[in-house]
Design a binder for this molecule. Structure first.
Ligand SMILES: [Zn+2]
Length: 145
């Protein structure tokens, strides 16, 4: 059994390396528009091999919407919330309040990401959470192997 201090240290190291790799990719490989649809808004760095290589071919600049579909194609998402009436995964419309609720499942735990007056904002919050949490979850899963 390992000391919790070591675990904590390792977890922080993983998170730091994930952030560092994304920052490096953003700085060196980021293009001024989405490589799929040409959008210049909500650009993110998508990783192709999931190995986060220091290779421009391993990174794509995608807007958050294209990034979402790119990841879906890559079967990166192993957690899933049934689509609600909004058509945006993880976003639900609450008729009584008039708000859109954004949420995500991580390790069988439902995490509330907040409620928003407009669907786009709720969807963007959900996509940003996916970008951050899917990759972190994968990194943590890889460590155990
Ligand atoms: Zn796009």
């Amino acid at each position: 059994m390992k000391a919790s201090g070591e675990k904590h240290y390792r977890w922080r190291g993983i998170k730091a390396s994930y952030v560092a790799k994304h920052q490096y990719a953003r700085k060196h490989y980021r293009k001024s528009e989405c490589e799929n649809c040409g959008s210049i808004k909500y650009l993110q760095m998508a990783n192709v091999s999931r190995r986060y290589l220091r290779d421009k071919l391993d990174w794509k600049t995608l807007c958050s919407r294209c990034h979402f579909y790119f990841d879906k194609q890559n079967e990166r998402n192993n957690f899933y919330i049934k689509p609600g009436s909004t058509g945006q995964r993880g976003v639900y419309y609450h008729k009584a309040s008039g708000y859109f609720y954004s949420r995500i499942m991580i390790n069988n735990q439902l995490i509330q990401l907040g409620n928003y007056k407009d669907l786009d904002t709720a969807a963007m919050v959900r996509l940003a959470a996916e970008e951050e949490l899917i990759s972190l979850k994968e990194e943590l899963a890889n460590v155990r192997v």
